[in-house]
Ligand binder design. Structure first.
Ligand SMILES: C[S@@+](CC[C@H](N)C(=O)[O-])C[C@H]1O[C@@H](n2cnc3c(N)ncnc32)[C@H](O)[C@@H]1O
Length: 240
């Protein structure tokens, strides 16, 4: 079956059962079957922490928040967070995760990343978008990126990157374990950078765990911010 954005991305996580399974796969501290996903989740958190600490921030948009993977990071920094997702089922679990992490200044809000009109320009210091773009076709990704660039001077976003190694690995996995050979919405690093360039300057890029995952994370500065739309937003590396 070919990839379909409405069915496989927008609609896929919108039920409690899928949300629970996703949460178990990435967040459960136990079990050997989900060990690779747990490892990837740990690497993701580490990468986001490192990048987040390079930008001045007191407020953040976590979109898609999923089931609250980043809660501990924001709690540790005392960041004021809006945790958003298109799926109320995912957000319900995120609420519990944020509470467990001790994050007190957080609001949960169902949102579609293609239209963030409810947020004014420069509403946040940073927007974090983890594990969504590899499930979004390029045209819609551009719309989401424009929105992030409008609402925050800095954005941290992950992309699904396709290399020869990853293509072979996916084909091998499909042959051994079954399941899809479908490449979702992966692209090359060069394509990602071209796509990002109208709205952002790329400050950093880093692989999450290239042997296990196709994810690359980018730290971006909005070109609108450069024009002064965000007032006193500081430079990366300065004290938040
Ligand atoms: C693979 S999960 C990633 C969640 C979280 N960032 C993480 O890393 O665990 C993808 C998430 O994107 C959400 N999503 C899908 N389409 C969306 C859209 N158009 N706007 C906002 N969230 C969306 C899904 O509901 C799901 O929670």
């Amino acid at each position: 079956m070919n990839f379909d954005y409405e069915r496989d991305t927008r609609g896929f996580y919108q039920n409690d059962d899928t949300a629970r399974r996703y949460h178990h796969m990435f967040m459960s501290p136990k079990g050997w079957r989900n060990l690779p996903s747990r490892l990837v989740a740990r690497r993701e958190r580490r990468a986001i922490e490192t990048l987040l600490d390079q930008v001045p921030h007191r407020t953040a948009l976590d979109l898609p928040a999923g089931t609250g993977k980043l809660a501990g990071i924001f709690a540790a920094r005392g960041t004021r967070v809006v945790a958003s997702d298109i799926s109320a089922s995912m957000l319900k679990l995120a609420e519990a995760e944020y509470a467990r992490a001790g994050c007190i200044d957080v609001r949960f809000q169902v949102e579609d990343a293609t239209d963030l009109a409810r947020f004014r320009e420069g509403s946040f210091d940073v927007a974090v978008c983890l594990r969504l773009m590899h499930r979004v076709p390029s045209g819609l990704r551009r719309r989401m990126l424009r929105e992030f660039a409008r609402i925050a001077p800095y954005t941290i976003v992950s992309y699904g990157i396709e290399t020869g190694f990853h293509k072979k690995r996916r084909e091998l996995r499909a042959a051994v374990f079954g399941g899809g050979r479908d490449p979702l919405c992966f692209c090359s690093v060069e394509q990602a950078r071209v796509e990002l360039s109208p709205d952002f300057e790329v400050l950093r890029q880093t692989w999450i765990a290239p042997a296990l995952s196709q994810e690359m994370v980018f730290l971006l500065r909005s070109r609108r911010g450069r024009a002064g739309a965000f007032g006193a937003a500081g430079e990366p590396g300065s004290t938040p």
